[in-house]
Ligand binder design. Sequence first.
Ligand code: SF4
Length: 279
Amino acid sequence: MKTITASEITEAVARLCVEAATVLPADVRALIEKARKTETNAAAKGALDDISANYLCAEAESLPICQDTGMAVVFCSVGTDVHIAGDFEKAVNDGVRKGYTEGCLRKSVVRDPFDRVNAEDNTPAVIHTRLVPGDKLTITVAPKGFGSENKSAMKIFLPSAKPSDFTDFIAETVRKAGGDPCPPVIVGVGIGGTVDKCAENAKLALTLSMDSPNPDPFYEALECEALAKCNATRIGAQGFGGDNTALAVRIIPNATHIAGTPCVVNISCHATRHASATL
Ligand code: SF4
């Protein structure tokens, strides 16, 4: 049994909040750079050049990639041989508070959907915790801006729905979003499960490696089909038109009920940020 203290968790989450806000993951950068090389629309190419210069500047100057430093979504895989000494969720939220304060990151969380009073410390985080074998705790902080979150959508399909119905829905969600979610976007998709599990999977899909294809050839083909349909909208980088509306579509499927199939499309912008650590 390995003991991990609340303060170790707080320090790790604080560091990850700042890292995620300022350093774009290498796989997302690679997609942006590939789009820059292939873009044929001059205005969109200019926007991609600016996006590239922006993330390089952010890392060099330790500044946020975007002014919307997001609501903190925290995925935690807790080994069953880990003993957490202290209050786990408080430790995570203390880390978010510390990271957003010390990193001078914008606090965007309101304490209630109706009174809209800013919590002033970007807490509470949205925390997803699952138990895994082993004696490690892996934490991924994925700050989510709401320019893109607001454009996400859910639909419950009949059991008879065809794969192309799902890719049509994904592309239609991207088309309706237009330039609002700061394209080129990355699209996280959950298919199956219950509504809540499907939405969690859509968010988790945004943290998958963009370097490796889906391990299931069927879902890899579905991702490719959805990506082609998204790019056929020709909304383009920052809405200027062109070839690169979406950089990637990632799908996480889940077992579901005989009577239906939920699908959640979670749109993320070119600043698809996340950072991970293992304690
Ligand atoms: S959608 Fe992304 S790039 Fe656009 S404002 Fe929000 S966080 Fe920033």
